[in-house]
Design a protein around this ligand. Structure first.
Ligand code: F6P
Length: 367
């Protein structure tokens, strides 16, 4: 396909939402309209929007006016519904089928020439299959508050989530101190601890528990007791939802077998509180920050990253660099093949600089 054959492009947001998605949609639409004179069609609710009956509409300048600062996504999203492994509940049993050809048919029925997929590793893997197996010209843009993609220095949404979590830690400090309590804050991040690590440092947590460093409960008790012995009768413990005790596993709310999507994590904070309570009699409370981390207006830095990603993605499409994903290689926006980008998680290095810095200033990781 010659670059000039591209006249009409689709854009969709897939997976869990995060601050900055609207800023990307705005940048894609503006660049496509102004630089290349393209029409941009917004596909609603992720890949679901390409299934029967399809849900899509042309994105007009009015639709993107004022959305730069808005959280969420004007296109809607879902973290269920992989068209290659489409799950439905029939008579209380989950059945799975490949209905990707419906999406391909609808892509062509919408007269689309190419597709920009804004998503995390799950949506990007699906995008890559449409490119490799179905020949759809695709470019990917990585998003997730978890910041767990190896091929980009940062995903947008992460910094805003860290700010939200830091504000929560600040608020917990005052009530923890007043009541001489241990306050446990459970944060998102799935199998990696970036949000917990960075907000824990920014908020001055006493203990940070992340999946990459399985914890020993005795070590946490040691830290809390040390503080108590010097008159600090409260402690703040930040725990990532994917945290696990040494020899144990992460806490789950429901497994993938019970869900139409992925397994749902949850309960790490309560479990930790219970374990602490078995050893020490210090009063504790657990706060689960949950989806507040995904909401709200994107920070200035996330708006800038989103805008840069959106603009670069359109240029990649027009240069026929299909099957690629935009990424941040500080200070530049570059690209990598999607399959390479989604093949590895970016996790916290337990002996890396950031963990060492935290330990040097007295933060315990429960090891
Ligand atoms: O991947 C982003 C994320 O917010 C994770 O941190 C969290 O485990 C998951 O999504 C929650 O997903 P859901 O919106 O399905 O509850």
């Amino acid at each position: 396909m010659a670059a000039s054959d591209i006249q009409r492009i689709g854009v969709l947001t897939g997976g869990g939402d995060c601050p900055g998605l609207n800023a990307v949609i705005r940048a894609v639409t503006k660049t496509a309209n102004k630089v290349y004179g393209l029409t941009v069609v917004g596909i609603e609710d992720g890949f679901d929007g390409l299934l029967q009956p399809y849900k899509a509409k042309e994105i007009t300048p009015q639709m993107i006016s004022g959305i730069l600062s808005q959280g969420g996504t004007i296109l809607g999203t879902t973290n269920r519904g992989n068209p290659f492994e489409y799950k439905r509940k029939v008579n209380n049993k989950i059945i799975q089928e490949d209905i990707s050809d419906i999406a391909v048919k609808n892509f062509h029925a919408l007269n689309l020439d190419a597709l920009i997929v804004i998503g995390g590793d799950g949506s990007l893997k699906i995008a890559d299959r449409f490119f490799r197996e179905k020949g759809i010209p695709v470019v990917g843009i990585p998003k997730t508050i978890d910041n767990d993609l190896e091929s980009t220095d940062m995903t947008f949404g992460f910094r805003t989530a860290v700010t939200t979590a830091t504000e929560a830690i600040d608020k917990l400090h005052t009530t923890a101190e007043s009541h001489h309590r241990i306050m446990i804050l459970e944060l998102m991040g799935r199998y990696v601890g970036w949000i917990a690590l960075e907000s824990g440092i920014a908020g001055g947590a006493d203990v940070i528990i992340i999946p990459e460093i399985p914890y020993k409960i005795e070590k946490i008790v040691e830290k809390v007791s040390q503080r108590s012995s010097v008159g600090k009768k409260f402690s703040i413990i930040v725990v990532a939802e994917g945290a696990k005790p040494e020899g144990g596993t992460h806490a789950i709310k429901s497994s993938a077998d019970q869900e139409l999507g992925a397994e749902r994590l949850g309960g790490a904070g309560e479990r930790l509180g219970y374990e602490l309570n078995e050893i020490t009699d210090i009063d504790y409370r657990v706060t689960v920050l949950g989806h507040l981390q995904r909401g709200g207006s994107p920070s200035a830095l996330d708006r800038i990253l989103s805008t840069r990603f959106g603009e670069k993605a359109v240029h990649l499409l027009m240069q026929k660099e299909f099957g690629k994903m935009v990424c941040l290689k500080t200070p530049n926006i570059k690209s990598v093949m999607i399959d390479e980008a989604v093949s590895r998680f970016k996790s916290v290095d337990p002996s890396g600089e950031m963990v060492k810095t935290a330990e040097s200033i007295g933060i315990s990781f429960g090891r």
